[in-house]
Write a protein that binds this ligand. Structure first.
Ligand code: F6R
Length: 623
């Protein structure tokens, strides 16, 4: 989604801005732009619809020499993707330029007022432009850019991360935010940076300050910065955070796409998580978790969006199976649609790769207001979600996920939830310790079997391509593989743009089977376990009605392979008769891989933009 960057220091700003915007490309965007305060005393704005390279081409036509600048990648919300709607936006006199992430909810009202009372002529269709005009009017009163910002945040409602520069206060970048992140980066040579995603800054610094809601920051070219409370206008002491993260690598490591690279990284991530959480004595540890988190809890509520929600659904199943605790799960956006029923005895588990998803953050804030406890499962220790959870974080350690479609973050989230569920089962003695030890040992085999599965990628590719012209697919799974059917369908539609719907296999005959004919393949997850035969029957019911039947089976399968038109074989997981109740417990880590790969290969075959599918954004920072 939208991204903000900024530079103020002794060097030319342009290179810093472009390099930082380059890193933010992974978030998904449809236009980009920069504003630089030039030595001649004016603000030069350059913006372009489409890829960042279009903007770079335009910057080559001029020589932007200024040392203060802001930049933006825009993912259209209000106003179509276009050069005009791209940020930065300026006021009528080009006195001030702003970049904005978020949505100004009262922009209609503010726009009407600005037109009526100040005869402002708007040039774009965006909500963001009102901010530039509001600031412009404050500056005309003779106020500094900082005081202008402090005044206008009292008028604007909604979510925003903002960066602004002005002609009348030329040595300054002003930042503020509300329900949207923005950080200051402290450079080595008195340079200061800003960004809405610290990933953009890591190439220059790992020392950041995360602005809190309604704080206003003033950055100066000599490396000085001040932070003010938006309500009282009083100066406050900054809290500097040192990030333990490597600069974002934009290297595909020989893979054609980041997506394929990230799919292949999954076994290594699980190994890393095992090394971090499971010690040689088979004890599971969560060093970043406050031990009192689980005291006095009588309810667990999981929330997230999209892929993170599906990981959460898996969390519900595994927590109920192992720890025997009833768990509820809701889409974060739905939690926001009515009163959130939580209290101090509720543990809310919020799952978010980015830690910046607006719906998830707002749901979490609403739950915290009611006294609920929070556990965050995120890939970003530097995120807003992680900060909200304070000492109750589980970091999925997947490394930056560049491809917009989530893959490695999904398996890492699931894996952390499995570890957490086993830990709770141990605490609550809900299953015998020898069974738990067996489960912990089994976890250790997963990376290896995942590698063996990924090595079959080419075979999966050959098997899915004959279906490339079909227009709708149905994905079926039960129990542990129900969330995988949902996630498999999501990945398939995101990447190929082909309609794909995931169902709990048992639901097929309650309606969806009406859509089935010879042009609607079903893809069933048919791995050994308690639900194998029931799922197979659902698959046959669809086949009987003409559906081409595709299935994920394991090498040991004897029955399903006879019923299926196309099989995607995966290696069999170790099996013990003694623990046969848990036979399908770990299969999601294997079944998800062919689903990710067929979505990837089909999308690639169809010529789709696999790393940045149309209309999608990596981090959805608006409601
Ligand atoms: C799917 C995908 C999205 C995200 C969702 C939540 O491939 O990427 O569905 O999973 O937007 O994002 P996070 O996990 O960052 O909160």
């Amino acid at each position: 989604m939208c991204g903000i960057v900024g530079y103020i220091g002794q060097d030319n700003a342009l290179d810093y801005l472009i390099n930082s915007l380059r890193v933010l490309e992974y978030r998904g965007y449809d236009s980009s732009g920069i504003a630089i305060y030039s030595p001649e005393g004016h603000i030069e704005i350059i913006k372009a619809k489409g890829k960042l390279n279009n903007l770079i081409e335009l910057t080559k036509q001029n020589s932007q020499k200024g040392k203060i600048g802001i930049g933006h990648t825009r993912w259209a919300t209000q106003g179509i993707p276009s050069d005009i709607n791209a940020h930065p936006h300026a006021d009528s006199d080009s006195e001030v330029a702003i970049v904005h992430n978020g949505i100004i909810h009262n922009f209609h009202e503010l726009k009407e007022e600005l037109i009526k009372n100040s005869q402002i002529i708007f040039t774009s269709d965006t909500d963001s432009e009102v901010i530039a005009h509001l600031l412009g009017l404050e500056l005309k009163k003779g106020l500094s850019l900082k005081d202008s910002m402090l005044n206008i945040i009292k008028k604007i409602k909604g979510s925003y991360a903002l960066a602004a520069i002005s002609k009348s206060d030329p040595d300054t970048i002003i930042l503020t935010c509300h329900d949207a992140p923005i950080v200051i980066g402290i450079g080595k040579e008195k340079d200061l940076f800003c960004a809405s995603d610290s990933a953009a800054l890591l190439q220059y610094t790992n020392k950041i300050i995360r602005l809190k809601d309604k704080q206003v920051a003033q950055l100066k070219p000599n490396g000085e910065f001040l932070i003010f409370d938006g309500k009282t206008s009083k100066q406050i002491a900054p809290q500097i955070q040192v990030l333990n993260a490597d600069p974002v690598s934009l290297d595909k490591a020989g893979y054609k796409h980041f997506l394929l690279k990230e799919i292949n990284e999954q076994p290594a991530i699980l190994r890393k998580l095992l090394a971090h959480h499971l010690n040689d004595n088979l004890e599971i540890e969560f060093p970043e978790l406050d031990k009192t988190l689980l005291d006095n809890i009588n309810r667990i509520l999981i929330c997230g969006c999209g892929t993170a929600f599906y990981a959460g659904l898996m969390g519900k199943i595994v927590l109920e199976t192992l720890a025997k605790i009833p768990v509820e799960i809701e889409f974060a956006s739905e939690l926001l649609s009515r009163e959130i029923l939580v209290d101090p005895k509720t543990l809310v588990i919020a799952i978010s790769q980015s830690g910046e998803t607006a719906d998830t953050l707002l749901a979490v804030k609403a739950a915290l207001k009611k006294g609920a406890k929070l556990l965050a499962i995120t890939n970003r220790p530097d995120s807003t979600l992680s900060a909200l959870a304070e000492r109750a974080n589980i970091f999925i350690q997947a490394g930056i996920e560049v491809s917009v479609a989530a893959t490695k973050s999904f398996t890492a989230q699931m894996f952390c939830l499995y570890l957490f569920a086993i830990k709770l089962a141990e605490n609550y003695k809900s299953i015998p310790s020898e069974q738990l030890n067996w489960l912990k040992n089994e976890l250790r085999y997963l990376p290896q079997i995942m590698e063996q599965t990924l090595a079959r990628g080419e075979t999966y590719r050959e098997k899915i391509l004959p279906y490339a012209q079909l227009k709708a697919f149905v994905f079926l799974g039960r129990s542990f593989n129900y969330p995988i059917a949902l996630e498999g369908a999501l990945k398939f539609k995101e990447l190929t743009y082909i309609q794909a719907t995931g169902y709990a296999a048992g639901e097929m005959k309650h309606g969806p089977i009406a859509t089935i004919d010879e042009t609607t393949p079903t893809l069933s997850i048919l791995l050994p376990g308690l639900t194998y035969h029931k799922t197979l029957h659902n698959c046959i019911e669809a086949k009987t009605r003409g559906a081409p039947s595709l299935g994920i089976i394991d090498d040991s399968d004897k029955e399903a392979r006879q019923e299926l038109h196309t099989i995607f074989e995966v290696p069999a997981l170790p099996f013990s008769e003694e623990y046969k109740d848990f036979q399908d417990l770990f299969s999601p880590f294997i079944s998800v891989l062919p689903l990710q790969l067929i979505a990837y290969y089909l999308a690639e075959h169809l010529g789709k933009d696999v790393d940045q599918p149309r209309n999608l954004a990596k981090s959805v920072t608006v409601e």
